[in-house]
Design a protein around this ligand. Structure first.
Ligand code: GDP
Ligand code: GDP
Length: 431
């Protein structure tokens, strides 16, 4: 999925545009009690598909004259495309040029949104902005909703926003988690020391760098976007919302996610959000419970309590307790990854698949609303990674149907597929 960042000096209308594209402004409650702040990231849904949007204005304090700080640079670095918002009513000002001079070094394609197009001045000043030499321009009004479709069309023209899924290589592993849980430390442990870091400023290479792990005792693995993880780990105070969004991008590129959580903090809502994404995208998972060296009795209890929800979301995933500080448990991580991948790739002969679901329906009869029972006719596995079974029956079952859930869980238990997002496709056939 593409990521688009809205940039520009303060007060040009970035937040107004973000709200216009994402929907109603929702504030999010910060971890610190009593602190709320505006959202900085969101998903834009259009008729053609979805893309992710970052409001960099939400990443800087209001009194910053240019509205550029490290977090803005990192957000730009993580994005595919920029919307440079300028104030059409005021016309081109030196601050616009300064902002663009700073950001152009990242080499991202850009579309200029000349905002406040509801005013007469904006139309008159429109051509001035070509002096920036930034890219295509669109006249919009974020506040009144003018020119928004044209803007999206122009974005789409510049970079295909809704491109097809990249091919996911076999054994591609994403290390994901909230900021500061130890992702970068874990990668160092797994790959033997820090690699050269990619600078966030001029001359940065565009492509995220993956790191292969070549093994004698098992399958070779590819850690995806290790450069990006190291880079991000250097940003102090990375907004969690942004981190969760970036995790989605990494998970899309992998078959398995190592979800790193901080044992001393316990499972948080951010961890659960990432877990939900892993499940939704149909990837498998190993949880690395890191910073085990910091556990005391109290945090241990909290960890156990908060673990339950995560365990439910990911259907009892494989878990390894580790410490990147002391090295504890690190040697158990790769075997756990092997095991999770093996489960993920489970493949059943059609006769076995049939038997499995036949047993399931005999153990527990489907409810028969209106006296019309649900009858299974035939089952077969149609793909693996994740294992997906097609069931032909006298009628389909809705997604949230409890009997469907029973069938899924039965198959998962029988096949010992803990932590695997097994899928059922149910098709109607005449008896
Ligand atoms: P940001 O600092 O770039 O995020 O800017 P804001 O979104 O907070 O907007 C700055 C000011 O411009 C606010 O007072 C908005 O109401 C106003 N504004 C935003 N979009 C428009 C527009 O399309 N037309 C007009 N006339 N004012 C706008
Ligand atoms: P990232 O943001 O998830 O990549 O996290 P980092 O790898 O940058 O680690 C964040 C901080 O946690 C750093 O100060 C690490 O030294 C520290 N850290 C990482 N793993 C451990 C651990 O197992 N135990 C302790 N005590 N600290 C750790």
């Amino acid at each position: 999925m593409s990521v688009v960042a809205i940039v520009g000096r303060p007060n040009v209308g970035k937040s107004t545009l973000f709200n216009r594209l994402v929907g109603r402004r929702q504030s999010i409650v910060h971890n610190t009690p009593g602190v709320t702040r505006d959202r900085v990231a969101g998903t834009v849904r259009t008729d053609d598909g979805t893309f992710e949007l970052i409001d960099t204005g939400g990443l800087v304090p209001g009194d910053d004259p240019l509205g550029l700080n490290d977090q803005v640079h990192f957000a730009v670095l993580e994005s595919d495309l920029l919307i440079l918002v300028v104030d059409g009513r005021q016309g081109l000002v030196p601050a616009d040029e300064e902002v663009w001079d700073e950001l152009r070094s990242h080499g991202r394609p850009v579309v200029v949104a000349v905002n406040k197009g509801d005013t007469k001045a904006a139309g008159e000043n429109f051509d001035e902005f070509y002096a920036l030499g930034a890219g295509a321009q669109v006249l919009i009004s974020a506040e009144h909703g003018l020119g928004i479709e044209e803007l999206i069309d122009e974005l789409q023209e510049t970079v295909p926003l809704f491109g097809t899924d990249e091919e996911v290589p076999e054994s591609a592993i994403a290390v994901v988690g909230r900021p500061n849980v130890g992702k970068s430390s874990l990668i160092n442990r797994l790959t033997g020391g820090p690699r050269s870091l990619v600078s966030p400023v001029a001359g940065t290479t565009r492509d995220p760098v993956d790191t292969p792990i070549v093994r004698e005792d098992g399958e070779d693995l590819l850690l995806v976007d290790t450069a990006g993880i190291r880079r991000r780990s250097q940003v102090t105070d990375e907004p969690e919302e942004l981190a969760v969004m970036m995790a989605r991008r990494q998970i899309e590129k992998a078959q398995l996610a190592v979800l790193v959580i901080d044992a001393s903090v316990g499972v948080t809502s951010g961890d659960l959000a990432i877990a939900g994404t892993i499940w939704e995208l149909g990837r498998t998972v190993v949880i690395a419970v890191n910073k085990w060296d910091l556990l005391d009795e109290e945090s241990r209890e909290h960890l156990d309590e908060s673990w339950e929800r995560l365990d439910q979301i990911l259907y009892r995933p494989l878990r390894v307790n580790i410490s990147c500080e002391t090295g504890r448990g690190i040697d158990r991580l790769l075997p756990a990854i092997d095991e999770a991948l093996e489960r993920f790739r489970t493949s059943l002969a059609t006769s076995d698949a049939n038997r499995l679901f036949e047993v399931a329906t005999r153990r527990h009869q489907a409810p028969a609303p209106g006296g019309r029972p649900w009858n299974l006719l035939y089952a077969t596995q149609v793909s693996s990674g994740p294992p997906t079974f097609m069931l032909f029956a006298n009628r389909t079952l809705p997604r949230q149907d409890s009997y469907r859930r029973y069938l899924e869980n039965f198959a998962r238990d029988q096949l010992d597929l803990r932590g695997v997002p097994l899928r059922l496709v149910i098709r109607q056939r005449r008896e």
